[in-house]
Design a protein around this ligand. Structure first.
Ligand SMILES: [Zn+2]
Length: 298
């Protein structure tokens, strides 16, 4: 049956199979059994071991199908492992004692990136704590398996929370466009903490760092990542340019004669447009840097 194949595929079954799928109390129940002759894998060491006994049936909530709840049922086996003793077998879709299989955890965590956790819980008919546990598992897995070896271009930015009363500093991998570090505050010490965790070898390997014109950050970068080119982000450079042109315009209007004033009047948007055009021409590389290397002027 097609539904059996879909469940098999979503759970990544190899040594197990879906024996039958049936309706029970408005739920689709999939009964999973070991393949005939398959040996259970020890959850302690990952080796195939002789069976010991079979535990009572466990159930898991799977990803709903066409709005219908799906439940998986299976009787885990125990193995007599030569190295680990009596152990429960490794079950491909199971993670510890969680009542959720791995595919549902991933779906919940994906939804939780876009929606408040409470909405995700309501959408899937689960408790808020269940969503939290799924997100925690997926995030922990991601942190343990992420690869930061190739990171050589980073972006540093700050975010204000609670109407500007608290700040957090965020560090991005610019090549992949992803956030990988967050620290409380936006002081010199915050960034020093990041570089301490990043380690001296990886600091040396950094080729470019983009940040806003925040003096404490610039000082720390020059000191702790000496091989990196310090680049100020486009937004702040354009803002400074706009402010400077505006100031000159105001001075011109204040000081010159009436004829000159009439000439300058109404040109604000013209000059702004000219600057914006110039800014685009300044973009040169593929990592989102605005390549005006003003590192010595701040
Ligand atoms: Zn073992």
């Amino acid at each position: 049956m097609l539904i059996n194949s879909i469940i098999k595929k979503t759970l990544g079954l190899k040594s197990h199979r879906v024996e039958k799928v049936f309706f029970q109390e408005e739920e689709l129940v999939a009964k999973i059994v070991p393949r005939k002759g398959s040996r259970a894998v020890c959850s302690g060491c990952g080796r195939k071991m002789p069976g010991y006994d079979t535990l009572k049936e466990r159930s898991w909530r799977h990803v709903p199908c066409w709005g219908i709840k799906v439940r998986l049922v299976y009787q885990p086996r125990r193995v007599e492992c030569t190295g680990c003793g009596i152990k429960v077998e490794a079950i491909p879709w199971n993670r510890g004692k969680s009542p959720l299989p791995l595919p549902l955890m991933i779906v919940l965590a994906t939804f939780a990136k876009r929606l408040p956790w409470e909405d995700v819980a309501r959408l899937f008919g689960l408790h808020w704590n269940t969503v939290k546990a799924a997100v925690t598992y997926v995030v922990d897995y991601g942190l343990q398996h992420r690869d930061l070896t190739e990171v050589i271009y980073i972006g540093i930015d700050e975010l204000s929370r609670r109407r500007g009363h608290t700040y957090v500093t965020m560090v991005y991998d610019l090549a992949r466009g992803c956030l990988f570090w967050v620290g409380d505050g936006r002081q010199k010490e915050t960034l020093e903490q990041f570089f301490a965790e990043w380690g001296p070898e990886r600091c040396k390997a950094l080729r470019g760092i983009c940040c806003d014109m925040w003096e404490p950050y610039a000082d720390v970068i020059r000191e702790l990542a000496p091989n990196a080119i310090l680049v100020f982000d486009k937004f702040h450079i354009v803002k400074h340019l706009m402010d400077a042109v505006d100031e000159v315009r105001r001075q011109e209007i204040a000081e010159k004669n009436q004829q000159h004033k009439d000439l300058v009047k109404g040109t604000r948007y013209l000059s702004a447009k000219a600057q914006a055009g110039g800014a685009q021409a300044g973009e040169t590389d593929s990592h989102g840097f605005f390549c005006l290397y003003l590192c010595t002027s701040v």
